[in-house]
Design a protein around this ligand. Structure first.
Ligand SMILES: O=C([C@H](O)CO)[C@H](O)[C@H](O)COP(=O)(O)O
Length: 207
């Protein structure tokens, strides 16, 4: 299982500083949606230039104009770009077309999708590299939230998947047991007093 750091920060400087601290422990470096909205795609270019050996993930969360938005993110240096699972099939197909043109990949984010299992299979058939079983920051803040539903959806879907939604040291083993290809950790790393140690501990928990 790969480890992905999600950088939900707001400036390129902060993102480069965090990436510099944790890169040796992670496989994938994600530029979070708030970061891309605040700093633009130049943030993707800067992180890829600093870490050319890492998979750079642009969390675009595109809902329309799939081919166009994926194309500009790939041109900026992204290796993986997210499209929302709630988008029309044509949006996902357009983004997959752009990914093929750049020899890169599309990840379909199933945030907000009620039937994640069915949609995961549909978008995989459309050419998604993998799907993201995702509960966003707002959903995580609701009382009683836990990762169980995401893990069950991943197990049932039987397509390559990542899990994002408050993954931390106490849950990463369950994420791996569920068969996830990628564990995504945002707050558990960037919110830690020592992000490098937090990333190392997560890496060490992956067997
Ligand atoms: O994608 C995310 C969210 O929508 C804000 O951009 C997060 O990066 C993702 O949820 C992982 O972060 P944590 O939940 O803090 O681990």
């Amino acid at each position: 299982m790969k480890l992905q750091v999600a950088m939900d920060l707001l400036t390129v400087e902060d993102a480069l500083e965090l990436a510099g601290k944790v890169a040796e422990y992670v496989d994938i470096i994600e530029l979070g949606t708030p970061l891309i909205k605040a700093a633009g795609l130049s943030a993707v270019t800067a992180v890829k230039a600093a870490h050319p050996d890492k998979i750079v993930f642009a969390d675009m969360k595109t809902m329309d104009a799939g081919e166009l938005e994926a194309d500009i993110a790939f041109k900026a240096g992204a290796d993986l770009v997210t499209i929302l699972g709630a988008a029309d099939d044509s949006t996902i197909a357009g983004a997959v077309k752009a990914a093929k043109a750049h020899n890169k990949g599309i990840v379909v984010d199933l945030i907000g999708v009620a039937d994640k299992v069915t949609r995961a299979r549909e978008v995989r058939a459309l050419g998604a590299k993998f799907v993201e079983m995702h509960a966003g920051l707002d959903e995580q803040a609701k009382p009683g939230y836990d990762l169980t539903g995401l893990l069950r959806s991943g197990e049932e879907a039987r397509v390559p998947f990542s899990v994002a939604g408050g993954v931390n040291l106490s849950t990463i083993e369950a994420v791996q047991r569920a068969g996830a290809d990628v564990a995504v950790a945002g707050g558990a790393i960037y919110g830690a007093a020592d992000p490098a140690l937090a990333a190392k501990n997560l890496r060490d928990a992956i067997r």
